[in-house]
Ligand binder design. Structure first.
Ligand code: EAX
Length: 320
């Protein structure tokens, strides 16, 4: 009788230990509202992760955590487990990633997604490791367009002298300087107020961000420049990643794939309906002379080829 009782006790203890080991909470941030493309992608990642690990890993999602550079620093330190961020500030940590921020590099969404999910994108993710970060998967921010409160923009001369907020991204800053814009790099967290107070005249972001940040309240003009495809990336802390068993690493990778697909679908949906929504919110929308903008940025392109390698740029452009 005593043996049975002891066995039951041991079994209960084992279960309790297993149960105690079951719960790990992943603190993960992104810069925009929970209903935005980042929110949808992050939630999808978390839901899939919980399912694939039978609840052993759950997320604590921090939406509107909108200083992306600070979030990446926190992931590096291990005070945040993960962040779903645009590549805007990333090249300050992983310089080689700046190549994906070059204006007019990607033809369209299919081209960008194919490059990033293929060998080139995976090679770039591998470069995060040496910088104390784990680049798990590419998600997506979208093609960036220019908004401002001053005037309609069609040709490069129309932007001359505009004070435009840019991300803290050397490639974007140089590109805008090359066409006569006064770039003002700042964290996303400061942007709405800066626009509201007229500290800057304009900003540039994808439709999903312009919508979810409600920039129509402080911007009158939207020029469909599509000047940059803005990737986003799911970054994990090495502290978390090294703690995972191989099977759980595989679960994180599969969950990241699901999150990326959900985020890209939300971008597609926002792109399809967003411009009409912005028009209904009183924003005047203009198409631009894309060839003229490309020509105007030529001096910057020459520098980017020197910095990132003309061959590496060609390799991206040649992906069909
Ligand atoms: O990632 O800073 C920016 O303009 C980013 O596009 C925004 O934080 C979403």
């Amino acid at each position: 009788m005593k043996t049975i009782a002891l066995s039951l006790l041991a079994a209960a203890g084992a279960l309790a230990c297993a149960g105690a080991a079951a719960q790990t909470t992943i603190r993960i941030s992104h810069a925009t509202p929970a209903t935005s493309h980042y929110g949808v992608g992050t939630q999808s990642f978390c839901t899939e992760l919980e399912k694939r690990t039978s609840g052993r890993y759950k997320c604590q999602i921090q939406p509107n955590n909108n200083d992306e550079r600070a979030s990446i620093e926190a992931v590096q330190l291990g005070t945040l487990d993960a962040t779903n961020t645009s590549t805007g500030p990333v090249s300050n940590f992983v310089p080689e990633v700046g190549i994906v921020d070059i204006p007019f590099l990607f033809r369209d969404y299919d081209h960008a997604r194919r490059v990033l999910d293929g060998p080139i994108g995976q090679e770039l993710l591998a470069k995060f490791t040496a910088k104390g970060l784990v680049g798990l998967a590419w998600t997506e921010n979208g093609f960036r367009h220019l908004t401002n409160s001053k005037r309609a923009v069609v040709k490069p001369d129309d932007v001359k002298g505009l004070k435009v907020r840019t991300m803290q991204n050397p490639v974007h800053i140089q590109a805008f300087q090359s066409i006569g814009v006064q770039p003002t790099p700042m964290a996303f967290s400061e942007l709405f107020t800066a626009l509201q107070q007229g500290v800057v005249d304009g900003q540039e972001n994808p439709i999903p961000v312009i919508l979810s940040a409600k920039f129509s309240q402080v911007q009158k003009h939207l020029a469909l420049t599509g000047h940059v495809y803005s990737p986003a990336v799911l970054i994990l802390s090495p502290k978390l990643w090294s703690s995972l068993a191989d099977a759980d690493k595989a679960a994180f990778r599969e969950a990241a794939r699901a999150g990326s697909a959900a985020q890209r679908k939300k971008v597609n949906d926002d792109e399809a309906s967003g411009i009409d929504q912005l028009k209904s919110e009183g924003v005047a929308v203009s198409s631009i002379d894309g060839a003229a903008f490309r020509t105007a940025m030529t001096p910057a392109f020459a520098d980017f080829a020197k910095k990132y390698g003309a061959e590496n740029i060609r390799r991206i452009q040649d992906v069909k």
